[in-house]
Design a protein around this ligand. Structure first.
Ligand SMILES: Nc1ncnc2c1ncn2[C@@H]1O[C@H](COP(=O)(O)OP(=O)(O)O)[C@@H](O)[C@H]1O
Ligand SMILES: [Mg+2]
Length: 216
């Protein structure tokens, strides 16, 4: 059933180890405390199909690495499924969607990272019906080495995390270049502060934007 409240779509972006999953969890928790209905999701994945694609994309294997557009196509397939199966229905119910990574990850990992054309990547999203942009994108910015030190403490690196530092540096710069390209939705925050302090900054930005949306 369609809701009278407009839904609100937030994505959390940044290089591996910047603190996305931590902040997505804290932000979703805070929104729920404030009485919002929230779905917490991650891209690629969350749906059954998406999790299978995620395993293909991130699992280490002896296979030849995917050609860049093969990689894009897999990310896109997982994303369209997530959009149709979960994001659009939640937004129609007036809920807040908090998504750990979304299309900007493809724009920077495949665009800035592997040299694919940004407009071509956006056009592909449009062609497959995945042009819906987040209402707000929080980019958590951190030096690559600091992020790698954080990640070292957790799980073994996946296929993309295992790429050389120069790749992650291009990705970081790609994220920073998103803000001037999409000034109405992308907000860059320094990811250096401790988790609770950063969570407060994320909350301030998100609640301001959400209130502005609800006021219209
Ligand atoms: N603001 C922070 N300061 C210090 N360490 C953090 C911060 N946020 C997260 N961490 C730690 O860094 C690691 C990576 O955080 P995570 O949220 O999983 O990052 P991402 O999802 O971006 O890869 C985890 O061990 C987490 O506890
Ligand atoms: Mg994470």
């Amino acid at each position: 059933m369609a809701s009278l409240l407009p839904g609100f779509f937030i994505s959390v972006e940044g290089i591996d180890g910047s603190g996305k999953s931590t902040q997505a969890r804290l932000l979703a928790g805070r929104l729920r405390q404030e009485g919002e209905s929230v779905i917490s999701i991650h891209d690629p994945g969350t749906t059954a199909l998406g999790e299978r694609i995620r395993a293909l994309l991130l699992g280490k294997s002896e296979d030849a690495p995917p050609a860049p557009f093969a990689e894009v196509s897999l990310f896109l397939a997982a994303r369209v499924q997530l959009l149709k199966e979960m994001i659009e229905p939640a937004l129609a119910r007036g809920e807040v969607v908090v998504c750990d990574r979304y299309l900007d990850s493809t724009l920077v990992y495949l665009g800035a990272g592997r040299g694919l054309d940004l407009d071509a990547l956006l056009e592909l999203h449009r062609l497959v019906g995945a042009a819906r942009m987040p209402d707000l994108t929080l980019v958590l910015d951190l030096e690559v080495q600091a992020a790698q030190r954080r990640s070292d403490a957790t799980l073994p690196a996946d296929r993309i995390e295992a790429e050389p530092t120069t790749y992650h540096e291009r990705v970081r710069q790609g994220y920073l270049a998103l803000a001037p390209r999409f000034p109405e939705r992308v907000v860059v925050l320094s990811a250096k502060p401790p988790p609770q302090d950063l969570a407060e900054s994320c909350w301030r930005v998100a609640s301001d934007r959400l209130m502005a949306r609800r006021a219209t």
